[in-house]
Design a protein around this ligand. Structure first.
Ligand code: PLP
Length: 407
């Protein structure tokens, strides 16, 4: 029989015992279940060796686990082939591999939104500075939701110069979901590639790469119960064949001579050098864990928790929720401007006096905050399936008390 989300709290070491703090910083990094921690320990204690090279028993054990982890990730996102899954350091690495692996001509147009994490902004800005691509920003509606009409108009204006549309599936600033499927159809109508940053969607809802019909997707596995410093990149095999690696070296070629070489195919072409085997094996355990969950139910639970927090803070003086007030449009993120009080100060007090951990600052979305003059950033509470409605209520009580004293 499947276990409830509440029953699963015991799987997480930091959620066991007395006086457990409230962890609402899941958009940054999720907690890790015992099975992930154990799999990493097993790697270091049972076969601390390198995979894909040596043929002794330790190395073969590692190779088998790496192959299994890749297959699990492929199945979790419904990829057609495990070879379409490349393990990376993080979503940032994945997006850099895509941006810098494509071939560019001066004037090629790339569209992103105005609410990008730096991971999906800085690589394009770098290409603009170094190669002369034309990076354009799609403005959001006044409530921060995606402006589809403007997007379509900008695609039409770009015409045949449009090369890539790169959007998050869910924004880390505010939790708002983008209409990726529809945006992808428009991009493809213009023969452009569709790149998706799934750092904030894949941990929280079903992501089916075939159903989305996009071209490349970046994942952040440390936001999916996986070990720190792990990410993944999915791409269509034929596109990965043409993508230039940014990590040339050991394990990326079938053979090399003094003046020539033959590249391996994906995923190996992109995984140069000795890998993070502990991280990859831990990822396999994380995907096993996530595969036991109903991802639609994860999404619903986060919305419920978010609505309790939203209702408890939205009418307080100085507090302004970023995005629509209905939590159903903001998934598992409640980000608020704290006009008149420093968000970092509030975050420290929430933790030290109230036992609630949240994120404060600009969340790597400097462009949005700077453009609007909100230089203190925001206070962001972000939820996961192991959080509870009781935690949300305790957070609200704590926040209201601090608010009464400070505002
Ligand atoms: C939307 C989004 N994209 C990209 C990233 C970067 O992820 P990573 O730390 O895996 O590079 C984050 C991290 O917070 C994010 O929220």
């Amino acid at each position: 029989m499947s276990r409830s989300f509440d029953e699963r709290r015991v799987d997480f070491p930091t959620l066991r015992g007395e006086d457990v703090p409230i962890y609402f910083d899941n958009a940054c990094m999720t907690l890790k279940p015992d099975s992930v921690i154990q799999s990493i320990q097993d790697y270091y204690t049972q076969h601390p060796s390198c995979g894909g090279r040596s043929v002794h028993r330790y190395a073969m054990a590692v190779t088998r686990k790496v192959v299994a982890a890749r297959a699990k990730m492929a199945s979790f996102i419904n990829a057609t082939e495990p070879a379409e899954v490349v393990f990376t350091k993080n979503a940032t690495h994945s997006l850099n591999q895509i941006a810098k692996g494509l071939s560019w001509q001066k004037g090629d147009i790339v569209l992103t939104s105005d609410r990008e994490h730096n991971s999906n902004l800085v690589p394009w800005l770098q290409l603009e500075q170094e190669v002369g691509i034309d990076h354009r920003v799609i403005p959001s509606m006044s409530d921060n939701t995606f402006d589809f009409e403007t997007y379509e108009a900008m695609c039409a204006e770009a015409g045949s110069a449009l090369k890539v549309v790169s959007l998050p599936q869910v924004g880390n600033l505010d939790g708002i979901e983008y209409p990726i499927g529809d945006a992808c159809k428009v991009a493809h109508d213009h023969d452009a590639l569709m790149v998706v940053d799934a750092a904030q969607s894949a941990p929280h809802m079903p992501v089916d790469v075939q159903a989305l019909d996009v071209d490349f997707i970046a994942f952040s596995l440390h936001k999916m119960l996986g070990p720190s410093g792990m990410g993944a990149l999915w791409g269509r095999q034929e596109l990965l064949d043409d993508l230039r690696t940014i990590s040339a070296g050991g394990d990326t070629v079938n053979w090399s001579g003094y003046s020539d070489l033959e590249w391996s195919r994906a995923p190996h072409k992109f995984e140069g050098g000795l890998g993070n085997y502990a991280g990859i094996i831990g990822t396999g355990a994380a995907i096993d864990y996530l595969s036991e969950l109903d991802m639609n139910a994860v999404h619903e639970r986060e919305i419920k928790i978010n609505q309790i927090v939203t209702d408890g803070v939205k009418d307080l003086s100085g507090i302004e929720i970023i995005g629509p007030t209905s939590a159903s449009q903001r998934g598992g993120i409640c980000s608020m401007l704290t006009n008149g009080q420093d968000a970092h100060d509030l975050a420290v007090i929430l933790d030290e006096a109230g036992g609630c951990m949240v994120r404060s600052g600009m969340h790597c979305v400097h462009s949005w905050f700077r453009d609007r003059g909100h230089l203190d950033g925001s206070l962001r509470a972000s939820f996961y399936f192991y959080n509870t409605e009781q935690e949300a209520k305790t957070f609200v009580d704590t926040f209201q008390e601090i608010h009464n004293a400070m505002f």
